[in-house]
Design a protein around this ligand. Structure first.
Ligand code: PBG
Length: 327
């Protein structure tokens, strides 16, 4: 045997030479949930070790992330029911606590990269990402609301706008609105291939944002489809997206790879709440070893082609990376 593949696995040093994929904490984006109020750190039951934070407690949390080399965050608001309406007007209201919080975080930690979420569901009394009329989701009428929300978030200091709504044409519409207001440097990370997935359950618990009726299948993609992701990607690319995201990540690694091979902009993947919950549940039961399974899970997403990963494991990974505990 002249070729013995095991030689390249013989020691830690040699294994590292042969290692094709690496994952640095700066490639991670940490999702955080915000609530209005003070002194709140309320654990999301289906998302262990993740909390709904009030701003006063979130600030030190962000600081502790920055200290360990985790500098990117995606923020989601948990909005009180009485502030929700059919047109999501609170999403761009003057006194919106989420927008005020963004501004404060940005002022305190200018080096933090802040990504926002653009979709109607956290603010909608219908719990849908778009406007609901007679049980249907209105596409074009939703665009204006999404654009107002995006501009408000850019004004508050967002670095990256993240449209997660899956309405047609929204990336271009948002890009134009941002540019008209002078926010040409604000990036758009489009949720390009977002599937109608069962893995969003714990996230909807966190925000109490589940649809009041129906499901999201008329706008989120059919989990059976691969080529359709290229249709979405072509549009988002043409409309000026700076990053394209695949969501969820693990059950859709083929889609991540497809976008990575076909496009020349950064590809992101969202390791969603259900993927996190699944691993945590197994680890809490003693069925899987967290220290090994967690980095393996993240590395697989990176190996499939993700340049950035949005993950609830971000802080846990960054800590272990800093302590030299990862491969
Ligand atoms: C909604 C939105 C969802 C997530 C991010 N933005 C859920 C949904 O579409 O219902 C899910 C994230 C996760 O599960 O971690 N616009």
């Amino acid at each position: 045997m002249f070729r013995r593949p095991r030689r390249n696995r013989k020691s830690k040093a040699v294994r590292f030479h042969a290692q094709e994929t690496h994952l640095h904490p700066r490639q991670l984006i940490y999702p955080l949930f915000l609530v209005d109020g003070q002194g709140i750190k309320d654990e999301v039951k289906s998302l262990p070790e993740n909390y709904r934070w009030s701003l006063d407690l979130l600030l030190p949390e962000i600081e502790s992330c920055l200290e360990i080399g985790l500098d990117s965050f995606v923020l989601f608001p948990a909005v009180a029911d009485h502030l929700k309406d059919q047109v999501a007007s609170y999403s761009y209201a003057e006194d919106n606590f989420y927008l005020k919080a963004l501004q404060t975080i940005k002022e305190k930690f200018p080096e933090a990269c802040l990504m926002t979420d653009v979709a109607m569901d956290p603010y909608s009394s219908d719990g849908h990402d778009g406007l609901v009329h007679n049980g249907e989701i209105l596409n074009d009428e939703t665009l204006d609301i999404l654009a107002k929300m995006s501009v408000a978030q850019a004004q508050a200091g967002a670095d990256i706008i993240g449209p997660s709504d899956m309405m047609d044409g929204r990336v271009g519409y948002i890009r134009e609105s941002l540019d008209e207001e002078g926010f040409t440097d604000v990036s758009i990370m489009s949720y390009t291939a977002k599937y109608a997935s069962a893995f969003y359950g714990p996230f909807r618990d966190a925000l109490d944002s589940a649809p009041k009726s129906g499901d999201k299948k008329t706008y989120q993609m059919n989990p059976a489809n691969q080529r359709e992701a290229l249709v979405e990607a072509d549009l988002d690319y043409a409309e000026g997206a700076d990053y394209m995201m695949v969501k969820p990540a693990l059950p859709y690694l083929d889609i991540i790879q497809l976008l990575k091979t076909n496009y020349d902009i950064p590809i992101a993947a969202y390791n969603v709440s259900g993927e996190y919950a699944m691993l945590m549940a197994a680890c809490q039961n003693g069925w899987l070893d967290f220290e090994k399974a967690m980095p393996e899970m993240l590395l697989s997403i990176r190996r499939a082609g993700a340049d950035v990963i949005l993950t609830y494991f971000a802080k846990a990974y960054a800590k272990r990376f800093r302590d030299g505990k990862l491969g």
